[in-house]
Design a protein around this ligand. Structure first.
Ligand code: GLU
Length: 313
């Protein structure tokens, strides 16, 4: 009898650990002053309150690092750029050396991430960044991919600048202290790091010129033209023409179907409280839920979107 109860207890514990509601999930985001982190905290709080799903949000180096964290089994969920997902899945771009990573699956598209090039007010164009101290994003960030491609559009490489690899918080701090001339920030705007910087020092945000923007779109299909409105930051008084990619929620492809179904449902059935918790929630919609996703979707998400008529037919 004792043996029977011991076995029953062991089975119960195992079920609790592996079942949907049982274990806490871990989600990789980005820098603490980026948008992944703030939005991640906001929407997972709603998931907890409304659907009883507990997610522990972690600050990381962002997109590429997040895909590697999923692959290593260190996290269950992550927010990443849709362009970086594609490079990872197909083993192209900077994934060419280490090879493809296919252990993740997509859940949904979240919001556009604006490529923001913050520069000293006397710097007038991207070509003027030659020879300057420029942070191109953290090691393992998607920001770094975007910086490299934008320089390529201008016939430049990282060799032409004094490159630094810093996350958004460090980039803004160094910029404020005069140790950086510019930094790249691919994130949903307004981004906390830049909003805070605007209270401390003046800067400009560089536009991408028409010919270079067309070249970028022709050569790297993920960029959409993006008009960042004047007033996004207190000191930016003119619209900025730039490009955007999409922030996408992904998960470990092995995460069970019910868990991912419940997360997907928990998000799309609570868009109002998510928007109340963070402005980027307003960008989420069922109609756009799978836009820009070129890698396989998780069956749990497919099940929910099929029920809602978003995919399939
Ligand atoms: N898109 C950025 C990256 O992967 C991170 C954005 C954020 O932290 O909000 O480099």
């Amino acid at each position: 009898m004792k043996k029977f109860f011991a076995l029953l207890l062991a089975v119960c514990m195992l079920t609790a650990l592996t079942s949907c509601g049982g274990g806490k999930l871990f989600m990789a985001t980005g820098s603490e002053t980026g948008t992944y982190y703030a939005f991640g905290i906001a929407f997972t709080q709603v998931l907890k309150d409304k659907a009883g799903i507990e997610v522990n949000v972690q600050s990381t180096g962002a997109s590429k690092a997040n895909i590697q964290l999923i692959d290593a089994g260190d996290v269950d969920l992550a927010i990443v750029q849709n362009d970086v997902m594609d490079y990872a899945y197909n083993g192209t771009n900077t994934f060419a050396d280490e090879g493809a990573i296919t252990s993740f699956a997509a859940i949904c598209t979240m919001y556009p991430e604006t490529i923001q090039i913050v520069a000293r007010p006397d710097i007038k164009s991207i070509s003027d960044l030659a020879g300057k101290k420029v942070s191109v994003g953290d090691v393992g960030s998607g920001t770094e991919f975007n910086a490299a491609q934008i320089f390529e559009a201008y016939g430049m490489t990282f060799e032409d600048i004094q490159k630094q690899n810093l996350g958004f918080t460090d980039s803004a701090d160094k910029f404020k202290d005069g140790q950086l001339d510019a930094f790249f920030c691919t994130a949903g705007a307004p981004t906390v790091a830049i909003t805070e910087l605007a209270t401390a020092t003046d800067f400009t945000i560089l536009s991408i010129d028409a010919a270079e923007l067309a070249w970028l779109q022709e050569n790297y299909g993920y960029y959409t033209e993006f008009n960042m409105a004047a007033g996004t930051y207190a000191n930016i008084t003119k619209d900025v023409t730039t490009v955007a990619v999409m922030a996408t929620l992904i998960c470990d492809a092995d995460l069970d179907e019910d868990t991912v179904y419940n997360i997907t449902k928990g998000i799309y059935e609570n868009l109002e409280p998510i928007t109340a918790a963070h402005a980027k929630g307003a960008e989420l919609s069922l109609e756009k839920a799978t836009d820009g996703i070129s890698t396989p979707m998780h069956p749990g998400a497919v099940k929910y979107f099929t029920e809602k008529g978003v995919i399939g037919g």
